[in-house]
Design a protein around this ligand. Structure first.
Ligand code: ADP
Length: 268
């Protein structure tokens, strides 16, 4: 991998996430094209744009579920997917990668809970196995996190006994159990019945208010407008424009953004 030197002052404000010239290609089709952006600590950034724009792939690169073909990503100054050995960067082992990934929590459209484990058991798994946390501490933390997402009464329930919205809140608690520095949400409410969306959005909003750094791919435009410190509009693997929620939703500069927003509005 070739690393562009990061000179003094190159990082404007010590960002929590630094995406630098990232390109990702599938079967010789570029889906992320030389994308760069930064996310400051405590910022909530929404990625919006048409299906196929590359939003999900970008999130997956930040979480090292995908490896960029070129460019690199830093999370809290640590290079995602690599570790420093002297002056060199070498590819992280699976164990390194699991630890590094634990600094980034990710919540998916499908909740991916283990069906044979209770809510508490789902949440304690990674802290026990990756961080070596003592069982009693992990259970105590899981119960605190379930309380935080409004599910104190569900600690011993299996996923099949929970609604989709409840399962997604368990998935959020599970991600938080690793004490992540950044939370990524990939269309976290898209698979939910409309009446269950509000409870999940309320949990995400609570995290924003607590100062969690977050990057969200979302189709919930009203929600993105409410919680985002910044909105990035992506199309065809690139950032077309970015700005405050008011700038992007009320005064988009690019025709592409205007077309997308008017389509979304018509569909709502
Ligand atoms: P978005 O989240 O904006 O809808 P994605 O990041 O999911 O976009 O996808 C961007 C493009 O990359 C799409 O054309 C999609 O078909 C393609 N793509 C995504 N993942 C893969 C993969 N694992 N293999 C091949 N193509 C993929």
């Amino acid at each position: 991998m070739s690393l562009t030197p990061i000179g003094d002052g190159a990082l404007a404000d010590d960002p929590m996430v630094y995406v630098h010239n990232v390109t990702k290609t599938y079967h010789s089709t570029p889906v992320i094209k030389d994308v760069s952006f930064q996310v400051a600590k405590g910022e909530v950034v929404s990625l919006i744009g048409p299906s196929g724009a590359g939003k999900s792939t970008l999130l997956r690169c930040i979480n090292h579920l995908e490896v960029p073909d070129s460019g690199y990503i830093l999370v809290d100054d640590a290079l995602v997917g690599y570790r420093q050995s002297g002056d060199d960067f070498v590819e992280a082992t699976d164990a390194d990668a699991a630890r590094a990934r634990s600094t980034v929590g990710m919540v998916f459209q499908r909740f991916n809970l283990f069906q044979h484990l209770t809510a508490t058991e789902n949440i304690i798994l990674a802290p026990r196995e990756v961080l070596g946390m003592k069982k009693s501490d992990a259970v105590k933390q899981a119960h605190e996190l379930l309380a935080r997402v409004g599910l104190s009464h569900r600690v011993d329930n299996y996923p099949s006994q929970l609604s989709g919205g409840e399962q997604q809140r368990v998935a959020i608690a599970r991600a938080l159990a690793m004490n992540p520095k950044v939370m990524l949400f990939d269309e976290a409410t898209s698979a939910l019945d409309p009446e269950l969306v509000g409870d999940v959005l309320a949990v995400i909003e609570g995290l924003a208010n607590d100062g969690m750094t977050m990057i969200m791919v979302t189709h919930e435009m009203a929600f993105a407008r409410e919680v985002s410190s910044r909105v990035l509009f992506l199309a065809d693997g690139g950032i077309v424009e970015q700005g405050s929620a008011a700038q992007i939703f009320d005064a988009p500069e690019h025709e592409r953004t205007r077309t997308f927003l008017s389509r979304v509005k018509r569909a709502a």
